[in-house]
Ligand binder design. Sequence first.
Ligand code: ZN
Length: 184
Amino acid sequence: MPIFKIFRYPHPVLRKKCKKVENVGAWEKKILAQMVETMYAFEGVGLAASQVGIERQMIVIAPEGNPEKELIKLVNPSITLKEGESLMEEGCLSLPEITLKVKRAGRVIVEGIDEEEKPVRIEAENLFAHILQHEIDHLQGKLIIDYVNEKEKKKIAPRLTQMEQDFENSRSISERKKDNIIAR
Ligand code: ZN
């Protein structure tokens, strides 16, 4: 199975609000399976559809991220309860080489459906709760860099600038290619 390309900051798709999935059909199942392969290939513990350029409310979580050691494929997830506070270091496949301390709820209940459209209810704490909140944030166009304080912002600014330049360069190459095709 081919894996997806992971979109990196500052690609605009990462800021999009993902649409609800109306029904989980063959296409959605294939996307979820491919998201799992992509997550494993990049050694992530979680992945959201927007990170692979698909604006749908779908996330996957690796067994390593779940205390029950089960792979999770979750459609239309929403947080129905948030309790307490937890501060943990997080990374993101869309923000390589950046880790940030993110303050989130320490305990959450997440509800959604699985790929068979069966209702799913997950109670999570600590790391598992962070991963779920991180991936659900992605579906709302929110990234870990949105949580940083001024001091941390300064620390990561050079890396963000570098990623912004990489993005501009990759865009101008593909635009140049497009011009070439038109010119021919
Ligand atoms: Zn992420």
